[in-house]
Design a protein around this ligand. Structure first.
Ligand code: PLP
Length: 363
């Protein structure tokens, strides 16, 4: 049996470091916004190559708080890929803003810079590119459109810990970036956790206050804030795991290369292979025109798969006012995508078995 993901196994290589970290927090007697959060913020900012990192409670809050901190007029528009994860869209509406869906590049599944122009209106204030599946969006072109229209750029980097683009890391490619450390991400906590990275000093100050009731000084409230703090415990665990993130991403790349070189099944469409060593392969997503047939074939042979994601955001009941929009590239992607197992604890033999099984399927 090869499950799609086994989080217990994923954390086993970190067990000693995690136990030392949790003991340290227990013994410190300080559990909210202390030395562990500051230490993780320093090391993650350094890792990403940004001046600031602000720890928050989860990835959705990270994105939402940046959009709130930018204080656009209510109803302002934010451009977002139409095949985004629901959290990217939720952050926009939670901040009182309007999502404008732009179709992805069918070759990369990422926000297509060539389609942004046509979506810009007088109300557009920001672009929210999503580095989906661990690959950075075409940020040079996206930033060029943003500066032409004076828009701010918020990276959704929740699937791209360590991904590179043009000599920089994800998280340092726009005006700010939202991160999630949900347990299944490339850098995952043992619970909910998130962060924002940015080089903007003022924004960082505002976010530090906003995550803590809008207060920079105890019992003095400058903004209408929220409680979205990163725990000391999760911060300590993330600090324990961060030193091995590059090694784990390296392993993900090696496994992705095995898949890319080994899969011969012509009924499948493989993910783009042109920057294997820049991408961090959060997911290995293939496409099959009869997805459920393909998934049950693998399931019967002991291989777990998942779908990221089965329903386009504009087709979710929660977003029914957008249901009439025609977004054919996304609609087809949401029908065809399937994620094969890919995580650093898979063995070469596991992947060889998956490749053989995929290749021996008769179409
Ligand atoms: C996981 C994820 C989020 C949200 O993170 P949470 O910590 O679960 O709130 C946002 N965007 C993308 C692309 C994600 O994969």
């Amino acid at each position: 049996m090869i499950p799609f993901l086994d989080l217990k196994r994923s954390n086993e290589p970190h067990q000693e470091a995690i136990q030392a970290a949790t003991n340290r927090v227990l013994q410190s007697g300080w559990y909210i916004l202390g030395e562990e959060v500051s230490a993780f913020e320093r090391s993650f900012a350094h890792y990403c190559g940004t001046r600031h990192c602000i720890g928050v409670a989860n990835g959705l809050d990270a994105l939402t708080l940046v959009l709130k901190a930018w204080a656009f007029e209510p109803g302002s528009e934010v451009i977002v890929p139409s095949n985004a994860y629901i959290a990217s869209v939720l952050s926009i509406t939670l901040a009182g803003l309007t999502p404008v869906f732009v179709e992805p590049d069918p070759a990369t599944y990422l926000l297509d810079p060539a389609r942004i122009d046509a979506a810009v209106t007088a109300r557009t204030k920001a672009i929210l590119p999503v580095h989906l599946y661990g690959r950075c969006c075409a940020m040079t072109a996206i930033n060029a459109v943003a500066s032409a229209y004076d828009l701010l750029v918020l990276e959704d980097a929740a699937q791209a810990h360590g991904a590179r683009y043009s000599g920089k890391r994800a998280g340092a490619l726009g005006h700010a970036a939202g991160w999630s450390f949900y347990p299944s991400k490339n850098l995952g906590a043992l619970g909910d956790a998130g962060a924002i990275t940015t080089n903007d000093d003022d924004l960082a100050d505002r976010l530090r206050a906003l995550r803590n009731y809008g207060s920079a000084q105890k019992y003095v409230n400058d903004y209408v804030g929220v409680n979205s703090r990163l725990d000391e415990l999760q911060a300590a665990i993330l600090s324990a795991k961060l030193p091995r993130l590059d090694e784990e991403n390296h392993r993900r790349r090696a496994l992705a290369a095995l898949y890319l070189n080994g899969i011969r099944q012509t009924s499948l469409r493989l993910p783009p292979a042109d920057q294997v060593d820049q991408d961090v392969w959060h997911l290995f997503v293939v496409r099959h025109p009869r997805r459920e047939l393909f998934r049950s074939y693998l399931r019967e042979r002991g291989i777990g798969t998942d779908v990221h994601y089965p329903i386009a955001p504009h087709h979710q009941r929660a977003y029914h006012p957008f249901a009439h929009q025609s977004l054919p590239i996304s609609e087809q992607l949401h029908e065809e995508v399937v994620s094969l197992p890919l995580n650093p604890t898979l063995t070469d033999a596991d992947v060889a078995y998956i490749i053989d099984t995929v290749n021996s399927m008769r179409e």
